[in-house]
Design a protein around this ligand. Sequence first.
Ligand SMILES: [Zn+2]
Length: 195
Amino acid sequence: MGNADGFRGPALLDERNLHLLFATAAAVASTSHVKGLPVTDFPRLKTKYPDLIPERQHFQCGPGWEQVLDKYFDEVGRALPLGASLGLGRIYQKYGSLRIDAMPEGVVTDDVQIALDKAENLADSRSYRYCETCGKPGNLRDKHRWLYVACEAHADGAPPLPPDEGVLQLNGVAYEYDENLDDLVVVEDEHEAAG
Ligand SMILES: [Zn+2]
């Protein structure tokens, strides 16, 4: 077989090829720098979440975020009611962190929609904590205005920065990421707290 870029059309991966692909991606990841992130389409995740990730799905992010994506698809799988499916759009890195475009297919309740939005936002927040190249603990870096998340080994000399997270507004409720809980928590009303 050729390399991962050689695949066209419906994938014909058997178990042996999957392992080969994954081993290749891992080998490249351990030697590659952030500017030349190896391309992976996360075959292990496609095998684990066949109902959520189409075989043809492309991922425009590095292999170090597999654990972040794994949690995302686990949460989405549990949030979606039976019979509902996920319309997965782009999955990509922007301004350093992981962005996921996804919509439920068909009509879902507000609760389901909120759970999906939360999962998307959690993936974004978590991605600031893991090196996009190797998956070890990392921080946001800025090198000549190129933003990326990297561990010390893949930082390319750029110092660590705090995550660039905001407050998420969902149905009038404000949430922020709590690193210790690894979850979104409701932002306390500052007026009430002060009064
Ligand atoms: Zn790294």
